[in-house]
Design a protein around this ligand. Sequence first.
Ligand code: SF4
Length: 374
Amino acid sequence: MTLAIVDDVRSLKPAPEPAGLPSLWALNPGEIESMAKEADFNGSAVQLFARIQRIAAWNDDGVDVGKRARLLLDRTDRSLPRVVEEVPSDDGATRMVLLTADGHKIEGVHMPRTHVKTPRTTFCISSQVGCAMGCTFCATGTMGIVRNLSAGEIVGQVLALMRAKGPSTGHELNLVFMGMGEPLHNLEHVARAVEILCDERGIGLSEKRITVSTSGLVPQIERFAQLAVRPLLAVSINAADDATRSRIMPVNRAWNLGVLKKTLEHYPYRRGEKVLLAYVLLHGENDGDDDARRLADFAAGLPANLNLIPLNEHGRTSHKAPDDAWIASFSKRLYDELVLREFRGVLTTRNNRGRDVQGACGQLVQGEAQKRGR
Ligand code: SF4
């Protein structure tokens, strides 16, 4: 069942939860230990956790927990999201990946960077099936919310992508929650998944190499700020005046730019930490000179980096992307405005290579794989 997209984000209800057994992929060593006691299993829970989480320890058929532990783990769901389709991008390296979880299609992106001194791969992953936030430029936003992904399904996406595409260890991996869904509308499962992914006895990701993107759910940003294992934060701004932002992002009707900016000013940044402000360029709507000035005003004084993302056009929206010359001139104008305000962050603009399948909140094009005929 798909719920309606919310009109009034203040009335946003918790998304429906996945049903079924707890997932094997979201068990932490303490929980494995408790289950081990109940099942009279005297092996090491930590070793078992490592065998589950480290794909290098798996055999050809998948995770191998051994005969006795198999009995122990019979009470968990061992299904792993499956990669069912890959869509190569124009740059030949980045790939959009469609996975299925419990019959639902979810989207991810695999972005390897092999030409640099320290090779790194970035996965963009989903946190929900669909999304309730209703941003008008976003294909996922037109679906409404179906349900939260469980922590196990979120960890499972990472394991499935590592197994299908590499890398085999967490040390070369970055993670961004910018696929389908509003991660902070599913904070419990996202937070639990992050704790599992960052456990050094398993995959061992660093929280500083994980970015969670939000459309601006202010109360959840405040809860996110208190997490014990806290990734970096990205916020989709996409318009720096309330009238435009409320029109394209209903979340702004509940928590406007002034409230959002105050929240980001009071956020408990760690040493050197910055929030990433993402700005999807919609031609004729948020890419004029006044928009550049207002965006610079918003960013001024925040410990932030700014990322301009030309819209990835699709058939479910009438918004258009600016052309390359317009993007360059907006970027230059914004840069000048930022310099005037002594902005200390970095301004980046996403280029054309791989743009067609790269992740960013609202920039995965649900169901477009078949249309492109790839
Ligand atoms: S842009 Fe992000 S928050 Fe907005 S509808 Fe799309 S997935 Fe949801």
